[in-house]
Structures are given as C-alpha cells and as structure tokens.
Design a protein around this ligand. Structure first.
Ligand code: SF4
Length: 335
C-alpha cells in the first residue's frame, strides 16, 4: 500500500476558512445541507461553462495514459505526447509493453519528466496485463472500485488523484477526483481549509453526493474550468465568476467581487453557509435571483494565457499527481 497522500498547502500562510468558522461553519461540514450546496455550485458552474465532455481520449487505455502523462504538465503537452504514441500505434498495453523504455520516453518527451513517466507507464501496463486482457479497454477496469483503486495506488507513481482519474474517466466508476483547483475553490468559499488530506475531501464529496458517474465526471471538469479560467492562485477573477455571489466567499475577495461587507459574527449564525434562496435546512429550494448589477454574462471568451511549464529533462522529482489537469482549452475537448 502506498502511504497516504501528504496534505498540500493551499493559500500558504492564510486560513481562508477561518472566517466562516468564526461564524459557526465547520470545514468539511457533515450538515445535510452540504449536498444542496454542492449541487448549487455544480449547477452554477454547469450553467456558466456548459458540459465539458471529459475526459479527452479515444479509448479507456488512452485515458489511463493521459492520466499519467498529465502529471505536472499542461494538457497541450500531453496531447503532443499522445499524438506521438498514436502515430506509432502504441495506445494499447500490449504495444506499449513491447516498446523499449528509451523509445517510449522519447515519444512522450513533450510531456516532461519523460523518463520517469515512461517507467510509470510501463508499471501501469504491467498491472494491466497482469489482470487480464489489454486492448483499448483493459479487463483491469472491470475490477470493483475499491479493488481497482487499491491496485492502481500500488503502482509506482500513481497517487490518489491519478488513480481516481483512471477510475472515473477510464473505468466509469464513481470515484470523485480532488485536485489543487478543488482545494482552492473549497477554501475560498468556506467549505474546507484546503489543506486537508486528499481522502478527507474525497470522502466528503462522496458522502454528500450520490455515486453518480456523470455527475462526478462533470463536477470535477467544471471545477477545473472555474479554477483555470477564473480562480487563479493570486488574482481570482471574482467579478466575472459564476460563484461570486456566495455569501461565504472569502472575506478578502468580497470587495473585488462586488459584494458588501461580510455577515456579522454577532448575528445568529445559520447552520451552514448557503447561497441565496436555499434553505439551510434543505427543506426548500427557491429560485435564486442574482442582483441586477451582478447579473452579467460570464466571460466565456476569456483569453487563456499559456501556462508556464517547466521543461525538465527526463528525470526529476514529481509526485504521483498533478495540479495541472487537462486544462480548459475549450476548443480542444473531444466531441
Ligand atoms: S474566482 Fe472568486 S468567486 Fe470564483 S471560485 Fe474563485 S474565489 Fe470563488
């Protein structure tokens, strides 16, 4: 078994969720209203960004390969590497297993850390062939969720984020994916501290949402969309973000988002921060009306600047997961 994932530091030096906590809201709350709030966030993001049609990949095995290659690099680099593999007919476990490590590394060079990733792909291919037939949809993916997750986590270089990406997007199994974008958005909206262990955040999502593959698929992709297009680490674009009228938005971001002062800590604290129009007790959901001044069309045409990507040689230290998921180059998603 791999050791548990190390918690990542998000928003170093700041405890964004401390303000909601002062109001009586707990990070990763167990309140039954959390499910409604998570649905609200999902619906808002879906309305703003539309369906993301994840994961880009022509076969489940290609998705598995992409999940490894996207570690610590931008998706456009992964596309080049996968294009090279496709051009050499290597997108099956059998073909990849028969390829020399050095040749494989050369083909995936555009994805960075190519020697490390070649070894990881070979390890993943080894597991795949050990568990049955390979092909474009390996038999491995038919294992029950927990067995498959455990097997994936035992592969060198496959961390929980990569394993859950394979489970959800290649195996179509309901395993929620948590990444740095997830942590940042949760922290800025008072739902988590942001540096909780991976498993705590995953369990929290899965405890408050039904085990619904299309829902998990879309939810994670939408979080990546808002994280990539709006919720940058230093300068979040709250004014044009579909989540900008959340009453629990981080206090420091409220003026930028055009929100008034934070609710008074002296007043009665609701059991959980909810968006306007949602009863915290979950008894009724009324129509949410955005104030006119903020009822603006999200900036779908936002200019996406290139992500700075290190171009390391083939070796180096990378963790088993990535903070640069398949990014939101809206035109590049598969149909
Ligand atoms: S950009 Fe602002 S409103 Fe949007 S998710 Fe980030 S913190 Fe929230």
């Amino acid at each position: 078994m791999k050791p548990p994932a190390q918690p990542r530091s998000v928003n170093k030096g700041r405890h964004l969720a401390s303000w909601p906590r002062a109001l009586g809201f707990e990070p990763l709350s167990d309140s039954p209203a959390v499910g409604l709030r998570l649905r609200f966030i999902h619906d808002r993001l879906l309305a703003a960004f539309g369906r993301r049609n994840w994961w880009p990949g022509q076969s489940p095995f290609e998705v598995m390969v992409g999940a490894v290659l996207t570690q610590n690099t931008a998706w456009r680099n992964v596309e080049k590497a996968i294009g090279n593999l496709r051009g050499h007919d290597l997108l099956t476990p059998e073909a990849m297993a028969a390829t020399a490590d050095a040749d494989l590394a050369e083909l995936i060079r555009p994805s960075g850390y190519f020697n490390v990733k070649a070894r990881r792909l070979k390890a993943l291919v080894g597991l795949t062939l050990e568990k049955g037939r390979g092909g474009e949809r390996p038999e491995l993916l038919d294992l029950p969720l927990e067995s498959l997750r455990e097997a994936l986590l035992a592969v060198s270089g496959v961390g929980p984020e990569t394993a859950d990406s394979i489970l959800l997007y290649a195996a179509n199994q309901p395993s929620f994916v948590v990444d740095a974008y997830t942590r940042r958005v949760l922290a800025r909206h008072g739902l988590a501290m942001g540096d909780e262990p991976y498993g705590a955040i995953r369990d929290w999502f899965m405890g408050h949402l039904p085990p619904d593959v299309p829902l998990y698929n879309e939810y994670h992709a939408l979080i990546v969309a808002v994280g990539h297009l709006k919720c940058g680490p230093k300068r979040p674009d709250c004014p044009s973000c579909p989540l900008n009228d959340d009453p629990l938005l981080d206090e420091a971001l409220r003026p930028k988002a055009g929100l008034g002062p934070a609710p008074s800590v002296d007043g009665p604290a609701p059991p959980l921060a909810m968006p306007p129009g949602i009863d915290p007790a979950g008894s009724q959901v009324s129509r949410v009306r955005t104030p006119k001044a903020k009822r603006q069309t999200p900036n779908h045409g936002i200019k996406i600047t290139a992500t700075k990507v290190n171009r390391p040689n083939g070796e180096g230290d990378i963790d088993g997961d990535t903070a640069t998921r398949p990014t939101v180059t809206q035109s590049r998603r598969p149909k």
